[in-house]
Design a protein around this ligand. Structure first.
Ligand code: SAH
Length: 528
């Protein structure tokens, strides 16, 4: 649960409202006094390191030195309190220069995300200013307004109502935060007491916990190393590139949505391939880098970046012609990001549009790698002279993500599932499939290996595919290894028959549970 902050500083900074009994100072004067008090703290300029004496002086300085009239920006985009605060925090966090405020689109503004409600500078006096008031001070009508008592009373009343409204919405937010905390506390108690939470009416709290898990998921994509690893995976990245560059007719003048754009690489490929417009969405902080990257490559006219979960944001267009996304996880479905692509497809894809990649295969093969088996299983029999054999039962159910040597394969591979990304529905991401592995070598089968292949096929004159299997160049997905606790002897020509079931782990829907059933033995593996 995100800590509740009071971004408007309402609790502390709200001007007292007159009760009408104080005759010494009239309302108008009181308001101006308050403004002056607010203004007395030093203010750091938005675009340089200068410290100014007041908010008003800062506005003047920005206009004179940086040619940015903040009041004009507030008016142009009709910014309310929240919009204004987000703009200030956006400028401070991005350290953008004044030019970032010129030529902004009407929607979406780059500070749309709620993240910009969080103050960048502590006690930032600019955040305590009221945009309406700023417009009032600077506005062309300010002198005449003050000459008319009736009008200024109206204005004050309006401000008081706005302040009351702010206080009310902050109170509501605080109540919601307290409620969330309470639910989390109950959930934590249930977990400690080992109670099945799904049966105790605490579903709201479970949902909150899921949100926290999602936060962890997205923050993992905020780290740069993961993007470096993906970009350096040439098999992956060059396949996307080749698909787009070699099939420009697919992209010419099309509106493209990139679900989970990361650094923006796929969006830039699409723009270079001839797309008319690309909308790139990512919930992770990496999108701020993507904004700079897109600008550095002069593609800002073509690519619109939006920070947010695709499920939460509203796209600036009704429909798109193409959806591109690199959503694949280990054993294809780990991470469950494809759920988000399906959401986007069902909501935004125009009739006749396409999702790429469009086809995916999941395959299995039998492995005979006694060395690997010893390293992971027999290892526990003697660990520095101690018997830790009880660990074997705990270790086996954890599927391994490792590179498998092609020479340790002892069967032909077999495809257990083909997914058509353009027609698939959510329920098909959980499935059961009978399989038959044709054994090619007489050996001890020590594990089953799983991997996937990806195809860019639909409507392409130059089709592109890549495999994450053990027979070809390795990728960052490596392979997924399901160790058998006890190896099985197999003869060349045998058929090893079984059934695989793939389902989401209800306790953590981004992870998978995979069960192998060979008739005489059954084992469930988790992929975390
Ligand atoms: N397209 C980039 C990054 C792929 S990694 C590339 O090919 O290099 C997947 C990205 O999708 C991550 O940055 C993650 O933050 C983002 N993502 C996952 N689910 C999302 C969702 N529901 N909404 C928005 N972004 C999402």
């Amino acid at each position: 649960m995100a800590e509740y902050t009071d971004p408007l500083g309402v609790a502390e900074d709200m001007p007292e409202l007159s009760d009408g009994d104080d005759d010494d100072i009239d309302d108008d004067e009181r308001q101006w006094q308050w403004m002056e008090e607010e203004d007395s703290q030093p203010v750091t300029c938005l675009f340089c390191d200068r410290l100014l004496n007041s908010v008003a002086e800062t506005l003047q300085h920005c206009t004179a030195e940086h040619q940015v009239n903040l009041v004009d920006v507030i008016r142009k985009h009709n910014l309310d309190d929240y919009g204004y605060i987000k703009m200030i925090n956006f400028i401070r966090s991005k350290k953008c220069d004044a030019s970032c405020l010129t030529g902004l689109p009407d929607v979406p503004l780059p500070w749309e995300s709620e993240d910009f409600l969080r103050p960048v500078l502590q006690d930032d006096p600019l955040l305590q200013a009221d945009p309406e008031e700023l417009c009032g001070i600077e506005g062309p009508c300010s002198s005449t307004c003050h000459s008319s008592t009736a009008e200024s009373q109206d204005a004050l009343l309006h401000r008081a109502q706005a302040a009351e409204e702010r206080a009310r919405s902050s109170e509501e937010a605080l109540a919601r935060a307290m409620d969330d905390l309470h639910k989390l506390k109950l959930l934590a108690q249930d977990l400690v007491l080992n109670v099945d939470t799904s049966r105790c009416g605490n579903l709201g709290a479970v949902a909150e916990l899921r949100e926290d898990e999602d936060e962890a998921y997205f923050s993992s994509y905020g780290h740069y190393s993961i993007h470096e690893e993906m970009l350096k995976d040439k098999v992956r990245t060059e396949s996307y590139r080749d698909f787009m560059y070699r099939n420009p007719e697919v992209f010419k003048d099309k509106v493209v949505l990139d679900v989970g754009c990361g650094t923006g690489i796929l969006s830039m490929f699409a723009a270079r391939a001839g797309a008319k417009k690309v909308i790139a969405v990512d919930q992770s902080e990496i999108i701020y880098q993507a904004m700079d990257i897109v600008r550095s490559n002069q593609l800002e006219d073509k690519i619109t970046l939006i920070k947010g979960r695709i499920e939460d944001i509203k796209l600036p267009v009704e429909k798109v012609d193409i959806i591109i996304s690199e959503w694949m996880g280990y054993f294809l479905l780990f991470e469950s990001m494809f759920d988000s692509v399906l959401y986007a497809r069902d909501l935004y894809l125009a009739d006749g549009g396409s999702v790429y990649p469009d086809l995916c295969n999941i395959s299995l093969a039998a492995l005979g790698d006694t060395q690997k088996h010893r390293d992971h299983i027999a290892f526990w029999d003697d660990v520095y002279g101690f018997n830790m054999a009880c660990m074997k039962k705990a270790v086996v159910p954890e599927a391994l993500v490792e590179v498998v040597k092609a020479e340790t394969l002892v069967s032909e591979p077999t495809v257990i599932q083909t997914l058509d990304c353009n027609s698939l529905c959510l329920s098909e991401l959980e499935f059961a499939s009978d399989f038959c592995l044709k054994i090619t070598n007489t050996a001890d089968c020590t594990a089953i290996v799983g991997y996937f292949d990806i195809f860019f096929d639909k409507g392409c004159s130059n089709k592109v595919m890549f495999s994450t299997g053990p027979q070809v160049t390795k990728t960052h997905w490596k392979q997924t290894v399901f160790l058998l606790e006890k190896p099985v002897s197999v003869q060349a020509g045998d058929e090893l028959k079984g059934k695989i079931t793939v389902r989401k782990n209800k306790k953590d829907p981004r992870s998978l549970l995979v069960t192998f059933d060979f008739g005489d033995r059954k084992q469930t593996y988790s992929l975390q």
